[in-house]
Design a protein around this ligand. Structure first.
Ligand SMILES: [Zn+2]
Length: 398
């Protein structure tokens, strides 16, 4: 989720009455004559989409789907040369991990080892004070301090960061905050359209849904780190950041047999201190495309669930993203989520069908592929260190 909703400007207002489903069709406002419900023009929608009027915060729980299949222990990920067989997760014990959705303790043997690991790299962690809760308004001095390179408040990035795809019309597809109850609904749609995504997963939810993570991985989606408990990282101490990244990295390795080498900071909340720790732990920061403080490629889909936005505003954000795509000569990365049913419904019912009908066509792929790497390069154990050195090796060589 993003902490600051992107400012949006309406750029299309076509309307029609039918809830149509094929390319070239238009989804009009669901209640014609109700001026409070805006019309959104989409090139295509899913015939089985949940109606827009039903995608609301107070929505009744809809049916969750089972995973299309359950990967077997020992299955070989043949699409990644040299990858180990899939671990047996029948014995995965939640008691061996920190409490779900809580910041991990910093005095465990595991965290002590990861602190030593970071120290051994020799990478200097900048002496930057943690921020306080409340974002940019509550941290005026830090927000104005360009030396921090605090993305949240200034959009500052470093050469370590991935924020877009280099090739025009390439879309680095990403879903954050899962795995969740509705992730299989998204996976079923992605399968049906042969789409591959990057999933930035929350470590504690991997403990809850390990088979979903295995299915994502075996379906050739990219798996990456989104911390253990989804706290804003610039507010954490160095050891807290190490614990958040370390436990997420560890549970993914325990479930998949491979260790991701990319991370997305929750809320995009990253500065040079968070960057240095991430890189020292072998994790390349991935954010999302931002053209200006007001123009970010954030659908804000997460906020339908809590009532802070509507599905109509989210689709308008999507249309604005499409408009901005036409103004840039690179590809792009968009922020979406798979934790709540509303986000999955808007993705599978509207955003992805519209994107697939876009002309000129998008090339939709995981972030690792959009930056010219193979899926093998997305994991520490299978990365080609010669041609695509991971973040840590690149930092040490530079
Ligand atoms: Zn998130």
């Amino acid at each position: 989720m993003a902490r600051q909703a992107s400012t949006t400007t309406a750029n299309s207002a076509s309307s029609a009455s039918s809830a149509a489903s094929s390319a070239g069709s238009v989804t009009g406002s669901a209640s014609a004559g109700n001026s409070s419900v805006p019309s959104i023009s989409l090139a295509s929608t899913n015939p089985t989409a949940v109606p827009l009027t039903a995608i609301v915060a107070s929505q009744a729980t809809t049916v969750t789907k089972p995973l299309p299949s359950t990967p077997a222990a020992g299955a070989q990920p043949t699409f990644i040369p040299g990858a180990p067989p899939l671990p047996d997760i029948s014995t995965l014990a939640p008691s061996k991990y920190p409490p779900l959705d809580q910041p991990p303790p910093v005095d465990s043997p595991e965290v002590k080892e990861w602190i030593a690991e970071v120290a051994r790299t020799g990478i200097v962690i900048p002496d930057i004070s943690p921020t306080v809760d409340g974002g940019c308004p509550a941290n005026a001095a830090a927000a104005a301090d360009k030396n921090r390179c605090w993305w949240t408040c200034t959009g500052c990035t470093r050469s370590t960061d991935i924020t877009s795809c280099p090739t025009a019309m390439d879309w680095g597809l990403t879903y954050d905050d899962g795995p969740g109850f509705y992730t299989p609904n998204l996976l079923e749609y992605l399968d049906s359209q042969k789409l591959k995504s990057t999933f930035f997963v929350v470590g504690s939810r991997v403990v809850q849904f390990p088979r979903t993570l295995q299915y994502e991985y075996m379906s050739q989606h990219q798996i990456a780190v989104h911390t253990w408990s989804h706290r804003p990282l610039t507010e954490q101490s160095n050891v807290q950041i190490i614990a958040e990244l370390g436990w997420s990295r560890k549970v993914i390795k325990d479930v998949l047999g491979v260790t991701p080498n990319a991370m997305r900071p929750p809320f995009g909340d990253i500065d040079d201190r968070v960057r240095a720790i991430s890189v020292a732990m072998g994790l390349t920061p991935v954010i999302w495309t931002r053209l200006s403080p007001q123009v970010t490629f954030d659908t804000d889909d997460f906020n339908i669930h809590n009532g802070q936005t509507s599905v109509y505003k989210v689709l308008q954000n999507w249309k604005n993203i499409l408009g901005n795509v036409s103004t840039i000569n690179t590809g792009f990365v968009v922020l979406e989520h798979d934790l709540f049913q509303e986000s999955v419904e808007v993705a599978t019912g509207y955003i992805l069908p519209d994107a697939l009908a876009h002309n000129p066509p998008f090339s939709i792929k995981p972030v690792s592929q959009c930056v010219g790497r193979s899926l093998s390069d997305a994991y520490i154990e299978t990365n080609n260190n010669q041609t695509h050195p991971p973040a840590l090796e690149a930092a040490l060589a530079g």
